[in-house]
Write a protein that binds this ligand. Structure first.
Ligand SMILES: [Zn+2]
Length: 455
């Protein structure tokens, strides 16, 4: 049986740092003791002197191997989960997206089948709801029963995923009855479609024009609509990948009114801005994502809110397409370019370098934002995101002084290449199995497990 100690670690949690010895038995954390309390004579131990011990990172917004169109899919489960583990993230929550007329449980089964073969980290699923009728709504109870209590709706992507406000109201009413939570992609699909059409007419379809089809007002308008519906229906709401100061202000106000709303922010919207679109065609292509990178003022407002606690956790919306695929799609203009960027492997290091080392947030807040808060908010708090007896032994040993940092990026280009990074993920365990040793993935690393979530 698996039974070992990690000794002499600096355990970092949202409430503080302490010197500790941790015992792992089988797949769980068995004991958290003060340093020096590991019994003498135990030879099965890891010496963590000088390293920080963190709970495994939890990224609750990813798209691994997401089928898009004509056989095109985002980078798959094996490569994406490898990046996650090398970057210290041990659990992801991905989105199962039904095809038109496909029952949602069938889409979930497809996602689970793909993940079970290739995903090396643990995984859970949200369910996307892109059609609202009795048949779809009647499937939600079964999904919750199966450990999927969060449902994503879109006010964006007209003609594909977009719900009309009245459909969103019906969905939120049912989700509320079932004690689930509604996740919203907040962009106004009508407004975006009009902007895109104007850009086409004007011949402005280079990758750098992409953000002009996703104006800040679009997110603000959709956020306002969703908050009105949350007030009217009582449905708990999360705005995913929040990107503008304007929608943040609406959420602040709604919270003051007692609306149950949380806000997720992605690292790219904190630490990159729309100046990126002017750096060159490849950089612009890397930043073709929705919502797009925003202004300096927006990013600044989001960073302030991360520091003072008004934004709840850090995610990535990881959805990686190789640059060559984006380049060939761009021949038909930016609307043809698949949306998305890499981030799951970079999140901890980016947030450490640009958040902790820059003085924006404390190490404790960093751990909260990347591990404990997302796990708790998305129904994983019973097993993930914390180092405590009984929790899954998902553990990261992190060297905060390392400057030999490699980001686990594919290819040569991402939003995060070309900068200097600090800190390094040295060792990673998933449920007691060591999967990363000295920064290298164990080639025998087992596949991860589907984790049921509940509120
Ligand atoms: Zn997404």
């Amino acid at each position: 049986m698996n039974d070992f100690w990690i000794r002499n670690a600096t355990l970092v949690s949202p409430t503080g740092r302490r010197n500790a010895d941790i015992r792992v038995i089988d797949e769980s954390i068995a004991e958290v003791a003060d340093r020096g309390n590991a019994p003498a004579g135990v030879d099965d131990h890891v010496d963590a002197t000088g390293l920080w011990l963190l709970p495994g990172g939890v990224d609750v917004h990813t798209h691994f191997g997401m089928p898009l169109r004509r056989g095109l899919a985002s980078r798959g489960w094996l490569e994406s989960s490898t990046a996650a583990l090398l970057g210290g993230t041990t659990t992801v929550v991905d989105f199962a997206n039904p095809d038109r007329d496909e029952p949602i449980p069938d889409a979930v089964a497809r996602w689970q089948a793909a993940a079970s073969q290739e995903c090396l980290c643990d995984y859970a699923l949200h369910a996307t709801v892109s059609a609202v009728d009795d048949e779809r709504l009647d499937e939600l109870a079964e999904l919750i029963e199966g450990g999927i209590p969060t449902f994503k709706g879109f006010l964006a992507y007209k003609g594909r995923l977009m719900l009309e406000p009245e459909e969103l109201r019906l969905l939120m009413t049912r989700v509320h009855q079932l004690k689930g939570r509604l996740l919203l992609h907040a962009e106004d699909g009508e407004l975006n479609a009009r902007c895109e059409e104007e850009l086409r007419q004007a011949g402005r379809t280079e990758p750098r024009h992409h953000p002009l089809a996703h104006p800040a007002e679009s997110e603000i308008a959709a956020t306002a609509t969703a908050l009105d519906l949350a007030r009217a229906t009582g449905c708990p709401l999360t705005i995913v990948h929040l990107s503008t100061a304007g929608s943040l202000a609406l959420i602040d106000a709604a919270r003051t009114d007692g609306v149950d709303v949380s806000a997720e922010v992605c690292i790219q919207h904190l630490f990159r801005t729309d100046a990126w679109y002017e750096r060159g065609i490849d950089e612009a292509l890397n930043a073709v994502m929705s919502p797009p990178l925003r202004s300096d003022a927006d990013a600044e407002a989001l960073r302030t809110a991360v520091a003072d606690g008004r934004l709840d956790w850090l995610a990535t919306d990881h959805c990686e397409f190789p640059l060559e695929i984006k380049r060939s799609a761009a021949v038909d203009g930016f609307p043809a370019v698949p949306n998305g960027a890499a981030g799951v492997g970079e999140r901890l290091i980016v947030a450490f370098t640009l958040g902790v080392e820059s003085g924006l947030i404390s190490p404790e807040r960093w751990v909260d934002l990347c591990c404990e808060a997302p796990a708790a908010a998305m129904g994983l708090g019973h097993c993930k995101g914390r180092i405590a007896p009984g929790m899954d032994a998902d553990l990261v040993l992190f060297d905060p002084r390392a400057s030999d940092t490699h980001l686990p990026v594919h290819g040569t280009h991402s939003l995060w290449t070309g900068s200097e990074w600090q800190g390094a993920v040295r060792h990673v365990w998933v449920r007691g199995h060591q999967v990363v040793e000295s920064g290298q993935l164990d080639p025998e690393a087992p596949t991860g497990r589907f984790i049921r979530r509940f509120f």
